[in-house]
Design a protein around this ligand. Structure first.
Ligand code: PLP
Length: 287
């Protein structure tokens, strides 16, 4: 496996970064997770836009243009002979001294990793998953906007720990006002009749690329698709609940905090949207 690391391709075993990299020392950097389906990189421009916007927001200047970054990604995929893959781009602040000051870092480090995909087990898409809400809260738009996909994922990791301790695979974060925000690495949707809701970004959710694709599909299909705040109660009483993300795609949630959702199995709308999503992933992107 070949990894792109600062202008060269190195073998996985040799892909190493300095302990003085501020990405390592402080989580100072940004990243993206992207998928290639059957030779087509899904919505690459959207992911690059979010990456560059995240970097801009934390005053990190990526030297490569978006076009150059696209070439790097395509080359990484070719070099690893991949057709279906998960692609991770990491841009860290780079090597500096031990202090916090990012201006001691001379140059950002750019890393692209592409691997064949470890798909979620098929049975989970058929059965749906159980989730819980956790004590960890999602920041709203305070200093670090949740829209920035930064390398600092400790909050999300705490959520994952809480999920593991509860014996479930994913958990939901509320924000400091008690509104539902998102999962540890995915967005949430609830369905009630013809109305579908997902929390707006300002509640404290990353504006997921999958989320946005699902909103477009839902509107095209005639659903009343809304970006609106909601609480745990609304989740408990929804007809259907599902999560979206690059890795998870669209996955049904059948139990939340022990409350069975709808009929306790993936619902009609969730399946319809997942089907439509899988139909566009091989055509809507860069091949
Ligand atoms: N929320 C968080 C915190 C994430 O890390 C991710 C994953 O990227 C998502 C939501 C889903 O976003 P996307 O659909 O762009 O993968």
């Amino acid at each position: 496996q070949w990894i792109y690391l600062n202008n060269e391709f190195v073998k996985k075993e040799d892909a190493k970064v300095s302990v003085y990299d501020h990405g390592f020392l402080y989580g100072d950097g940004v990243f993206e997770g992207i998928r290639m389906y059957d030779g087509n990189v899904f919505r690459l421009e959207h992911h690059l836009e979010r990456l560059y916007d995240s970097a801009h927001s934390i005053m990190l200047k990526i030297k490569q243009t978006k076009e150059e970054m696209t070439d790097i990604i395509v080359e990484t995929l070719k070099k690893n002979k991949l057709q279906d893959a998960y692609i991770r781009i990491v841009v860290s602040r780079g090597v500096g001294n031990l202090g916090l000051d990012p201006f001691t870092c001379k140059e950002p480090q750019v890393i692209v990793i592409a691997e064949s995909l470890a798909l979620f087990p098929k049975h989970l898409y058929e059965s749906g998953i159980d989730i819980v809400t956790v004590a960890s809260r999602r920041n709203r738009s305070d200093v670090l906007s949740p829209k920035v996909k930064s390398l600092n994922y400790l909050n999300n990791i705490l959520v994952k720990i809480e999920a593991n301790l509860a014996g479930v695979s994913e958990a939901l974060m509320l924000n400091d006002q008690g509104y539902v925000a998102e999962g540890s690495a995915d967005n949430i949707f609830i369905v009630k009749g013809n109305v579908i809701k997902t929390p707006p970004g300002y509640v404290g959710a990353l504006e997921g690329i999958t989320r946005n694709a699902i909103m477009e599909i839902a509107r095209k299909k005639g659903y009343d698709m809304r970006e609106e705040t909601f609480t745990r109660h609304d989740v408990y009483v929804a007809d259907e609940v599902f999560l979206t993300g690059t890795a998870a795609e669209v996955i049904a949630v059948v139990k939340v905090d022990g409350r069975v959702i709808g009929e306790g199995k993936p619902g009609k709308t969730t399946n319809e949207l997942l089907g439509a999503f899988r139909n566009i992933v091989t055509v809507d992107g860069v091949s």
